[in-house]
Design a protein around this ligand. Structure first.
Ligand SMILES: NC(=O)c1ccc[n+]([C@@H]2O[C@H](COP(=O)([O-])OP(=O)(O)OC[C@H]3O[C@@H](n4cnc5c(N)ncnc54)[C@H](OP(=O)(O)O)[C@@H]3O)[C@@H](O)[C@H]2O)c1
Length: 285
C-alpha cells in the first residue's frame, strides 16, 4: 500500500486525516512540532521546524505528502511567512530531494495572484512554492472546514457559552463550509487519484449560506444573537480588545468567498454533507 507523508500532523484536519489514512490501509509517516501519539503502525517524527533535515529521510518512499501546516492569525512571534509560506516551501524542497512525486497543499478559498491581505499573499506564495517543486502538485482552496473543534465552531461555541453570539454587521456575506469528514476523504483520494495531479480545486461543500443564516442554524432557539456594528467589531479587532473575531477572520468572513463544488463532486464522485448535517456534530448545546 502507498506510503503518505503528513506534515502539520498535530492540527485539527490532520487528527481526522491520519485516522482515515490508517483505516484505509495506507502507511503513514507524520511530522509535527508537537509530540503526538502514533496511531497503529504510524511513524511519527517530532521536529523543531519544517526545515528539519530529517524530513527528506522520512519522506523517501512516499508517493504523496499532504501538507497541513498553516494558520490564519499572525503575532509578533509567528508571522504569516513563518506559518504558511516558509513551511510549505521547506516541505516542498524536502519532497523534491526525496523524489516524492505528489504534494497536496491546503491553501485557502479566495487566494489568488491579486491577493492584497498578508494571509492570502502567504498562502499564494506557498501554492507557488509547492507547484514549482514537485511534478504532481495538488492545491486545495478550502472554505471553512467544519467539525466539532474547528476554529469557527470553537469561537461560536465559546461565544454561546458566555452570553450571546455576535454577528458583525448584517451578516449577509456568503460562505460555503465543508465537513471535515468530507475534506479528509477528498485528501485521502487525492493522495493516489490520477484525476487530481496538477489541479487547483476549491474545497467547498454543496451549499452556500450567509454568515447570519449559518449562525442562526448553529445557535438554535435558545442562544441570543446580536448584530454588532461592523466598525466597532473591526476596531476591537484592530486594537486587540478581546475581539469576538480576529482581524483576518473578519476579512475572510466579509469577503464572502464561495467556490466551485461541482468539479470537486465530479472528480471524487462523493456525496457531501449538507450544512444541517455538519452542524449536528458542532452545535452549542
Ligand atoms: N480549518 C479550516 O477551516 C481551514 C480553512 C481554510 C484553510 N485551512 C488550511 O488548512 C490547513 C489545515 O488546517 P487546520 O485547521 O488543521 O490547521 P491548524 O490545526 O490550525 O494548524 C495546523 C498545523 O499548522 C502547524 N503550525 C501552526 N502554526 C505554525 C507555525 N507558526 N510554524 C510552523 N507550523 C505551524 C501546526 O503543526 P504542528 O503543531 O503539527 O507542527 C498545526 O498543528 C492549514 O494550512 C489551514 O490554513 C483550514
Amino acid at each position: 500500500m502507498a506510503k503518505i507523508l503528513v506534515t502539520g500532523a498535530g492540527g485539527f484536519v490532520a487528527g481526522y486525516l491520519r485516522r482515515v489514512l490508517i483505516r484505509d490501509g495506507f502507511k503513514v509517516a507524520s511530522v509535527s512540532r508537537s509530540s503526538i501519539r502514533p496511531i497503529d503502525g504510524e511513524r511519527v517524527l517530532t521536529v523543531s521546524g519544517y526545515d528539519d533535515p530529517a524530513i527528506p529521510d522520512v519522506a523517501r518512499g512516499c508517493s504523496a505528502a499532504i501538507h497541513l501546516v498553516g494558520g490564519g492569525q499572525q503575532t509578533i512571534h509567528h508571522q504569516y511567512h513563518d506559518t504558511n509560506h516558509f513551511p510549505a516551501a521547506a516541505v516542498a524542497e524536502a519532497c523534491r530531494a526525496a523524489d516524492v512525486p505528489r504534494m497536496i497543499y491546503l491553501s485557502g478559498l479566495g487566494v489568488s495572484p491579486d491577493a492584497t491581505s498578508g494571509y492570502f499573499i502567504s498562502k499564494y506564495l506557498a501554492e507557488r512554492a509547492v507547484a514549482g517543486s514537485v511534478p504532481e502538485p495538488v492545491i486545495f482552496r478550502p472554505s471553512y472546514i467544519i467539525g466539532p473543534n474547528d476554529h469557527l465552531t470553537s469561537n461560536l461555541r465559546r461565544q454561546a457559552q458566555t452570553c450571546a453570539i455576535t454577528i458583525p454587521g448584517s451578516g449577509r456575506y456568503m460562505m460555503q463550509p465543508i465537513s471535515v469528514h468530507d475534506a479528509v476523504r477528498v485528501l485521502a483520494m487525492a493522495a493516489t487519484g490520477g484525476a487530481f495531479a496538477g489541479r487547483t480545486l476549491d474545497m467547498v461543500g454543496p451549499q452556500t449560506t450567509t454568515f447570519a443564516e449559518y449562525v442562526r442554524a448553529f445557535a438554535g432557539p435558545k442562544t441570543r444573537i446580536i448584530h454588532a456594528d461592523m466598525e466597532e467589531i473591526y476596531r476591537d479587532a484592530v486594537l486587540g480588545r478581546d475581539p469576538a473575531y480576529e482581524l483576518d477572520d473578519l476579512g475572510i468572513m466579509v469577503g464572502g468567498y464561495v467556490g466551485d463544488h461541482g468539479t470537486l463532486r465530479r472528480i471524487t464522485g462523493m456525496q457531501f454533507r449538507t450544512i444541517p448535517q455538519m452542524l449536528q456534530s458542532g452545535g452549542p448545546a
